[in-house]
Design a binder for this molecule. Sequence first.
Ligand SMILES: CC(=O)N[C@H]1[C@@H](OP(=O)(O)OP(=O)(O)OC[C@H]2O[C@@H](n3ccc(=O)[nH]c3=O)[C@H](O)[C@@H]2O)O[C@H](CO)[C@@H](O)[C@@H]1O
Ligand SMILES: C=C(OP(=O)(O)O)C(=O)O
Length: 535
Amino acid sequence: MTTTTTTPDQGPATTTGAVPTVTGAFPTVGEQLAHVGSLVRAARQHRGLTQAQLAERLGTSQSAVHRIEQGAQNVSFDMLTRIGAALDSPIVTLGAPQHTHLRVHGGLQLSGRLDVNTSKNGAVALLCASLLNRGTTRLRNVARIVEVDRIVDVLRSIGVRATWSTDGRDLEIVAPRRLDLGGIDADAARRTRSIIMFLGPLLGLEDTFELPYAGGCDLGTRTVEPHMIALRPFGLSVTATAGNYHAVVTDPGRRDLTVVLTERGDTVTENAIMAAARRDGVTTIRNASPNYMVQDLCFYLELLGVRVDGIGTTTLRVHGLPEIDADVEYSVSEDPVEAMSLLTAGIVTGSEITVGRVPIEFMEIELATLAEMGLRYTLSEEYAARNGRTRLVDVTVHPSELRAPIDKIHPLPFPGLNIDNLPFFAVIAACATGETLIHDWVYEGRAIHLTDLTRLGADVRLADAHRLFVSGPTRWSGAEVSCPPALRPAVVILLAMLAAKGTSVLRNVDIIARGYEQLQERLVELGAHIETFRD
Ligand SMILES: CC(=O)N[C@H]1[C@@H](OP(=O)(O)OP(=O)(O)OC[C@H]2O[C@@H](n3ccc(=O)[nH]c3=O)[C@H](O)[C@@H]2O)O[C@H](CO)[C@@H](O)[C@@H]1O
Ligand SMILES: C=C(OP(=O)(O)O)C(=O)O
């Protein structure tokens, strides 16, 4: 693997803003370019990125970034917007903040093949777990999504060296002997819920530390109490004040521990596993989630020399190592939720498309449910993912007459219908004949966002915040909709727009980049007509 070799050149924190008003003569083009260049440089340094790292995020060369910062290159508005997105900070603001919108010309059949990318949830767990390793971790095929960028920003801010390969696919991570937790990028941390997964690795490294509160999508209240309960047996106690968790760690006084999780949650399981990994002893974790991201984490830990018994089951035994120092390379596994998203694009447009590299163990119940709804699909032979462990297939969906299922559709912790795949059944049910009950018992607020489907002609009624009745088939019609502030519902509305004849506009779609890499561009590869525009 070739990697860029530069290290972050930290500079003074400077804020970005509008191109300044200049008194006297109107500034020349050269003066304006120089000013824009200095804004880009300041925003980049504020993020702790090198020119090479920003260039990677933009898909351009380091010398191009250098010229922009010197004011020696004309910069298009499009490029400025991309720089703003890459740095999570708008460079030029004229009036209201700039957002990205999509114009969708729907009602077209799609065709062709798309491969599933690696998962957001696996990547963030592995990034947090890399804190456990003194050696070099190479994560291969990491999804280039905003959620990953945020955790990478947080890691860099505490002194971790995180370097993208020149092709931008692999990430090399080396944690320092001593983390600089005082320097943590609280802004990036507060934008992601995954920051909560720093607790597990950190409690084996520090006696006291502080972390900013976890944030994330608007899905209603999401408690972190199960994490506190799970980590208490490891000696962690946490108080929360003034936007921060204050953590104190004491020795639990026993070598071997048994931890019983009160919820079979994914990140809570990952936290318990990471806390167990650096202990000199065996930790038994009961009611563990066996879901895909947890498996990714366990496969990585095994490479580090940490034995984990029971991977893929609800009882894990983690044989911890007090010192972990290994140079390892791990390929993140494919994302079942992206698989579901892409398959839904084919299903709701009545198309024949092939979705390659589907992690079938994590899609079986979804496909069985779709078969009950009349979906015709074919599966290829199984083959191994790059991690050598996850089983993949290619799934081809064929145009089908869909009918509502007799029973309600509801999610469960794995093995069950994936909670993050449930929203896609709303748009699929809207294409089916009859009434479907979708029961999202999990999130307090996610189902509510799906009522935006009515804007496109669907008959979607909330019985309460958790139960959604969807009656179809829908005569879809184009409409303008503001993107819901939640990742999966946002994609569901976009996919409904692909089904709707005529032109639709989805406003402010920035949230989609949190979990999907170039989704609209990849849908265009299948024949979708989607244009991106800005205010
Ligand atoms: C980074 C990451 O990996 N995120 C995933 C992870 O988030 P994460 O692990 O953070 O999920 P939460 O802990 O927020 O759990 C999601 C919801 O499920 C409820 N719950 C969960 C398990 C259980 O046995 N009982 C129960 O009631 C929780 O109270 C909460 O309301 O898991 C969620 C549920 O699969 C997924 O939507 C997220 O994409
Ligand atoms: C809810 C989700 O993720 P997160 O835990 O990152 O908010 C999701 O991926 O749909």
